[in-house]
Design a protein around this ligand. Structure first.
Ligand SMILES: [Cu+2]
Length: 531
């Protein structure tokens, strides 16, 4: 069947669904060589949800910023590991940190800097299909390369995991995270130019939590009642090994999106978690390459979102579904108090993700869900020193299959075009001329969403004029906090307002659909010193 994505959309009437859920798009892949495991053939809820261990250290080393001060030093080793995704599957080969994927969780407090030595002890060959046509992944580059970025961190440029700063097995990099930022759930993952999508699918990701006094004062569920849920999709062959699809052209195996049919939570397929009938705090991360999760509970109960990418919202937002784009975080409070003895399934639309088994025994719950969390003062638009017009573009071949995707019409290796001045405020207009929703992420900074507004793409393409066809739509209540990743929906101009704080230097901004990012949907940007 040679249906292209566009024709499929037109035929199926899925255009509007695809605006938010790009997995509704039809993607052209060649069939896998080996048959795949059908997750629906496996028993559900036979494995307990694993919770990544908290990293511990007793070692201190001098701070690069102030050698008189000593900072906790951690050594995280990237290596090939095996783990069972499901009771009835064979062990799966992963690339993890230490002995697991997701790797150990790092926890720290706001203002408590730390050092991580990210060590590459991966094997000499990659087990996923590299496309040597992709910029940065040419055949003369070593096959196995890695560099770690801490997503959401306000880190100096030399510790940000710049995609070209990759290194090979046997090498390491010592990064300094000052953590001068609010409590939030960050996450670390590979960011290597040209093979990022493959290294993350292989398993190079983990959670990093920053805490602060504001969070402490709220009496939220904590300790064993606060649980990270790292959710991503994979495909497995009948040997239980990770399968990553390829295009029909063996010389150019890149595929424009990856959607697996097996949804893993903390590395397990269909896990269950035994909970007490009380409040829990779930720190949800969408760690998928391209899948947007639209999560709900099978009993229809309402839950509350208290935080987003860069920490707490002004107030809890009651929800019965939550949409989480790749790399977005949702900090959720779920109250099981009235559900003793029930079994509640987490659904991703029609699909099963995991199960909560609520105990029958009543327990004390000293935690609270405050009605106000913290102020998030709006940055006034009048403070913006500059407004940038940044089109998101997809370039297709003659049969409308995507060939590459661009930000601001520029390729990775072209000169820097975004160069905000340190401590200045800018408004970025993300003008989406494609049919996909792109989760756009800026390194270093946090930002606020101003609005999204429908426009006429044709007029913009031909005359470069923005002709709006709708009214500005404010961000959803659960987006009305500090963000570092924003859905730029198709046919919309998404406006964000950014205060460029922290450090001068070179960073990147990119689409967090990793197949897009690897294929040119990433640009360097410079924070420059005021003259
Ligand atoms: Cu994208």
């Amino acid at each position: 069947m040679s249906t292209t994505r566009r024709k499929f959309l037109q035929q199926s009437g899925l255009v509007s669904a695809s605006l938010i859920f790009p997995q509704a798009l039809h993607i052209r892949h060649t069939p896998p060589v080996r048959p795949l495991i059908d997750p629906n053939s496996l028993a559900q809820f036979v494995d307990a949800l694993p919770i990544p261990e908290i990293a511990r250290t007793t070692e201190y080393r001098p701070s690069p910023a102030n050698p008189a001060a000593k900072l906790p030093y951690y050594r995280f080793v990237m290596r090939q590991v095996e783990s069972k995704v499901h009771r009835d599957m064979k062990p799966t080969r992963f690339w993890g940190f230490g002995s697991s994927s997701p790797g150990p969780t790092l926890e720290t407090r706001s203002g408590q800097g730390l050092l991580v030595e990210w060590v590459n002890e991966l094997p000499a060959t990659h087990f996923l299909p590299i496309d040597h046509n992709i910029h940065g992944a040419e055949a003369d580059k070593p096959e196995v390369r890695a560099v770690v970025h801490l997503h959401g961190a306000k880190a100096p440029p030399e510790s940000d995991g710049y995609p070209e700063n990759w290194y090979v097995p046997g090498k390491s990099a010592l990064y300094h995270y000052p953590n001068n930022q609010d409590a939030a759930m960050l996450w670390y993952h590979d960011h290597t130019l040209g093979i990022n999508r493959l290294n993350v699918v292989a398993g190079l990701l983990g959670v990093f939590i920053v805490r602060d006094a504001v969070e402490d004062s709220l009496n939220l569920p904590s300790g064993k009642y606060e649980i990270p849920l790292v959710i991503y999709d994979r495909m497995f062959d009948e040997q239980s090994q990770i399968y990553y699809p390829v295009s029909p052209d063996p010389k150019a195996p890149w595929v424009p999106e990856f959607f697996g049919d097996a949804i893993l939570v903390n590395g397990k397929l269909f896990p269950y978690l035994e909970v007490e009938p009380r409040r829990y705090r779930f720190r949800v991360l969408n760690g998928a390459n391209g899948r947007f999760f639209h999560l709900s509970l099978s009993n229809g109960q309402t839950f509350h979102q208290i935080g987003t990418d860069q920490g707490l919202l002004p107030a809890p937002v009651p929800l019965d579904h939550v949409l989480v784009a790749p790399s977005e975080r949702a900090d959720l409070i779920v109250d099981f108090t009235d559900h003793a003895g029930e079994q509640i399934v987490v659904k991703n639309d029609a699909f099963t993700v995991m199960q909560f088994r609520v105990g029958k025994q009543k327990t004390k719950d000293p935690s609270s869900l405050p009605s106000a969390l913290r102020p998030v003062p709006k940055i006034p638009e009048s403070e913006a020193a500059k407004t940038r017009m940044l089109p998101l573009i997809e370039i297709d071949d003659l049969v409308q299959n995507p060939v590459t995707m661009l930000l601001n019409r520029a390729h990775w290796n072209m000169p820097v075009t975004e160069d905000p001045i340190l401590n200045s405020v800018e408004i970025w207009n993300l003008i989406n001329l494609t049919n996909d929703s792109h989760p756009i992420h800026l390194h270093l900074v946090r930002f606020q969403i101003l609005d999204r507004r429908r426009f006429e793409p044709f007029t913009f393409k031909v005359r470069g004029e923005l002709k709006y066809t709708g009214n500005p739509v404010p961000p959803d209540p659960n987006e009305a906090g500090w963000k570092d990743t924003v859905r730029a929906d198709p046919g919309m101009v998404t406006r964000i307002i950014v205060h460029f704080e922290g450090f001068v230097g070179r960073y990147v901004w990119h689409c967090h659909i990793l197949e897009h990012e690897d294929n040119e949907m990433m640009r360097p940007y410079d924070v420059i010193a005021a003259r």
